[in-house]
Design a protein around this ligand. Structure first.
Ligand code: KG4
Ligand code: ZN
Length: 393
């Protein structure tokens, strides 16, 4: 089967095409493309939902042509469109409707058998673009849809092998991942510890009660004068920092004895520290680096402490760290050190390059798990809706 996967939950418009081999429990990647909106949102210091929606609507159709060509599935020709039905489906997306009609009416139905699309969690207006796009294609091409949870996407993003773009088998052998594993999901919107006893079934054992880790990184970045998204810049700057007695931040809820996280207070503590140093005229480059370093250490200490407790309590065989913040080298190195010392039998799984931030291959891997584990993972266009606060289950 050839499957098109679609991700538009936040500020990346991403499409991929995979060819499945369910007998081998694997697939190959035929095309993978992404348009990031980061430069557009920079001005606003964060993702601006109405703008994200507009950009997705503008980009998703050209991206479709791009991936169809990359997968050699694009053929000029004609497709009979039922315009009233398509127009009704895309009632709220006039721009997308016009773009799709222009393209689809001049394209032969490609050899695509199904669609996979993120239906939550995420920014609802952004999610709807991908969903309406999938609904339209489902109707025009008469193919079913597998709805995908974005967070399952982050978890399964670790299943890709190193050379995933070139391999016939893009995924590692799933049977070699001993379960249960604990997944620490750290992104701009989420901070969760998830127990994976079985692929396709997830239990959230703890999450943040306020800000997500990535969100805290981004807000701290802004306080330190960095552009959105601040996460990678805070982390880079932290490498120049040193221990500094003037800079000390709390480790929120580190001893709470549960798996809840809180990063809002830590962010406020950084604000006070910054204001204080500004007043003293001491907020120079070194001070900024020292604050960034202490912030990164505070976050890491809490993540490591809570995650190791979960590993012990649930007898985990492996640890998955995924989501945009899993690109943070200090966090990953700290986990590596801790595992080496205390959990020598445990396997650490992190996404390969290009798969830690939002992308559509992770949606393909999560949709593929559904194909393998559910009798009928498909739904029809009219059953598909966005669920902004969708939970893993
Ligand atoms: O998973 P993701 O791409 O989008 C969401 O689903 O939220 O995560 C994006 C988040 C942003 O907050 C970004 O600043 C953060 O991941 N991030 C990092 C690093 N790289 C990305 N945070 C800290 N250190 C990094 N190296
Ligand atoms: Zn994400």
């Amino acid at each position: 089967m050839n499957i098109l996967s679609i991700e538009t939950s936040c500020d990346e418009t991403a499409l991929s095409i995979i060819s499945t081999n369910t007998k081998e429990k694997n697939f190959s990647v035929r095309a993978n493309a992404l348009i990031s909106q980061i430069d557009i949102h920079k001005e606003y210091g964060g993702v601006f939902p109405a703008l994200a929606k507009r950009e997705h609507a503008k980009n998703v159709t050209p991206l479709l042509i791009h991936v169809l060509k990359e997968a050699t599935l694009y053929h000029e020709g004609t497709t009979d469109l039922s315009l009233p039905e398509l127009e009704a489906t895309l009632e709220r997306e006039p721009e997308l409707f016009n773009a799709l009609v222009a393209v689809l009416s001049n394209t032969r139905k490609p050899d695509i058998d199904a669609l996979m699309v993120t239906y939550g969690p995420g920014l609802t207006p952004a999610l709807w673009v991908g969903i309406n796009f999938a609904r339209a294609l489902s109707i025009v091409w008469d193919i079913p849809i597998i709805p995908v949870n974005h967070m399952e996407g982050h978890i399964t993003s670790i299943l890709f092998s190193k050379d995933y773009m070139n391999e016939q088998k893009a995924l590692i052998d799933m049977n070699q991942v001993d379960l249960p594993v604990i997944a620490l999901l750290i992104s701009g919107g989420h901070t969760q510890l998830v127990l994976v006893k079985q692929w396709g079934h997830y239990e959230i054992i703890g999450e943040t009660i306020d800000d997500a880790v990535g969100e805290a990184f981004d807000k701290v970045g802004r306080m330190l004068g960095m552009e959105y998204p601040g996460g990678p810049k805070v982390s880079q700057t932290a490498q120049q920092g040193v221990d500094d007695q003037r800079v000390s931040l709390p480790r929120p809820m580190i001893s709470s004895g549960d798996y809840r996280f809180s990063f809002s207070g830590l962010k406020t503590a950084v604000r006070y520290l910054v204001e204080d140093q500004e007043k003293k005229n001491a907020l120079d480059e070194h001070m900024i680096a020292n604050i960034a370093r202490e912030f990164e250490h505070a976050v890491t200490d809490v993540l490591v402490k809570k995650t190791t407790s979960a590993l012990l309590e649930y007898g985990a065989q492996g640890l998955i760290i995924a989501g945009g913040v899993s690109a943070n080298t200090h966090i990953i190195n700290s986990f590596k050190e801790c595992i080496e010392k205390e959990f020598s039998e445990l396997t650490l799984y992190t996404p390969e390059q290009g798969l830690s931030g939002d992308n559509s291959l992770m949606i393909a891997s999560a949709g593929f798990i559904q194909l393998l584990t559910h009798d009928n993972p498909y739904i029809t266009a009219d059953e598909l809706v966005a669920v902004g606060n969708l939970k893993l289950s």
